[in-house]
Design a protein around this ligand. Structure first.
Ligand SMILES: NC(=O)c1ccc[n+]([C@@H]2O[C@H](COP(=O)([O-])OP(=O)(O)OC[C@H]3O[C@@H](n4cnc5c(N)ncnc54)[C@H](OP(=O)(O)O)[C@@H]3O)[C@@H](O)[C@H]2O)c1
Length: 350
């Protein structure tokens, strides 16, 4: 790339926003051009506004940048991409406004994910769905567009299901053990989560039960997704882990599939993507009997690969069960958006 592309981050001071700032530092194609947050942060330097909690130095390029209010976004900023990590209530209007004005909005937020002209993309799974951008722009008469990445738990589940689609999936059941960083910086009080498990995450089960079918669906000639036919039943739980969501998954197939066939499918799954954030292997099979674990496996391929393991037959007919694990703010959020943007840039959408 001859000249780096300038990008903005919406919600730059939060849990996902900080990941964006960290991951974009030194990116070969993208350069931080602006940081946006609420009126609370506006006018402050980033190092004053963000309560930085990542185990990395705050990037120098960001530390002295002045945070701007999202109400201050102009239609003609010198920015091509807006990475969005805003709360849903705020994101709806801001993302639309940005897309209308001509920006590519790469969003982590759930509000637009299930709209039928908005791509919900994991590039190793359904990058062909990006073709929906054309329909979105023309039907909405927008100069720009919105592309979304899935909920942080969905992305781990959907990536792990992709290699298994060939065997005919009838039903999926999943129980999550989700890290505290998934709730945002101020999300779960330490007094509530330490020494504890909270068996409720607001609206999480709905997202997990609907997003995988869109991601694993097929794109018809009219640029609409025909959703995959299986059902997902999810139970979501917050656990005292800093980063990395772990999921116990039960998959019921149309016919019997052996454990060794499933292992081989995971092992041989690969991606042809060659962009900077694309992991060499998006799904890594862990053969040790007690893996994957968040502490050991969340940083695989710089946090961009998920891990699977403990593959064994279930008790129900034609059932296999396994554990999947992935980094929620990298593969499940900021890293996923950046990978989407890389693929869009490479394929000429930006
Ligand atoms: N955490 C995860 O693992 C994860 C994964 C996937 C998707 N997501 C989604 O990503 C989004 C951000 O999540 P998060 O965990 O990063 O949340 P967070 O830590 O609470 O951060 C929220 C960000 O939005 C800004 N903000 C809040 N209210 C605002 C307002 N009224 N106007 C403008 N900016 C406002 C905050 O700025 P101030 O500092 O100025 O208040 C902050 O920068 C959510 O939609 C979430 O569902 C999160």
């Amino acid at each position: 790339m001859e000249k780096k592309i300038k990008v903005g981050v919406l919600g730059a001071t939060g849990s996902v926003g900080q990941r964006f700032v960290q991951l974009l530092d030194g990116h070969p194609w993208f350069e931080l051009g602006a940081l946006f947050a609420s009126e609370r942060s506006a006018g402050k330097k980033y190092h004053e506004a963000a309560r930085w909690f990542l185990p990395y130095e705050m990037p120098e390029a960001a530390a002295d940048m002045v945070v701007r209010s999202i109400n201050d976004i102009k239609d003609d900023e010198e920015l091509a991409i807006m990475f969005s990590a805003l709360p849903g209530s705020v994101a709806k209007d801001v993302e639309r406004r940005c897309a209308q004005a001509g920006y590519c909005v790469a969003s982590n937020v759930s509000v637009h994910r299930m709209e039928d002209d908005v791509p919900l993309v994991i590039p190793e799974v359904n990058s062909d769905h990006l073709a929906m951008i054309k329909r979105q722009k023309s039907e909405r008469n927008w100069n720009g567009f919105i592309v979304t990445n899935p909920n942080c738990s969905t992305i781990v589940l959907a990536l792990s299901l992709k290699p298994l689609m060939q065997f005919g999936i009838e039903e999926v059941r999943v129980a999550t053990m989700q890290a505290v960083s998934g709730a945002g910086y101020a999300g779960v009080p330490s007094m509530a989560i330490l020494d504890n498990i909270i068996p409720f995450i607001d609206r999480e089960e709905d997202k997990m039960q609907s997003e995988p079918q869109k991601i694993l669906g097929t794109l018809d000639a009219d640029l609409r997704v025909r959703e995959a036919a299986f059902t997902v039943c999810a139970s979501c739980h917050r656990v005292p882990v800093m980063d990395g969501h772990t999921e116990a998954v039960w998959v019921k197939f149309e016919e019997n599939v052996s454990e060794s066939t499933i292992k081989e499918a995971f092992k041989s799954f690969h991606s042809d993507l060659k962009t900077p954030f694309a992991p060499e292997k998006p799904v890594i099979l862990r053969e040790e009997k007690d893996r994957p674990q968040p502490k050991l496996d969340r940083d695989a391929c710089r946090g961009m690969a998920i891990s699977v393991g403990r593959i064994r037959a279930g008790k129900m007919k034609n059932e296999i069960k396994y554990i999947a694990q992935g980094h929620n703010t990298v593969r499940g959020a900021a890293g996923a958006s950046i990978l989407n943007a890389e693929v869009m840039l490479e394929r000429g959408y930006i």
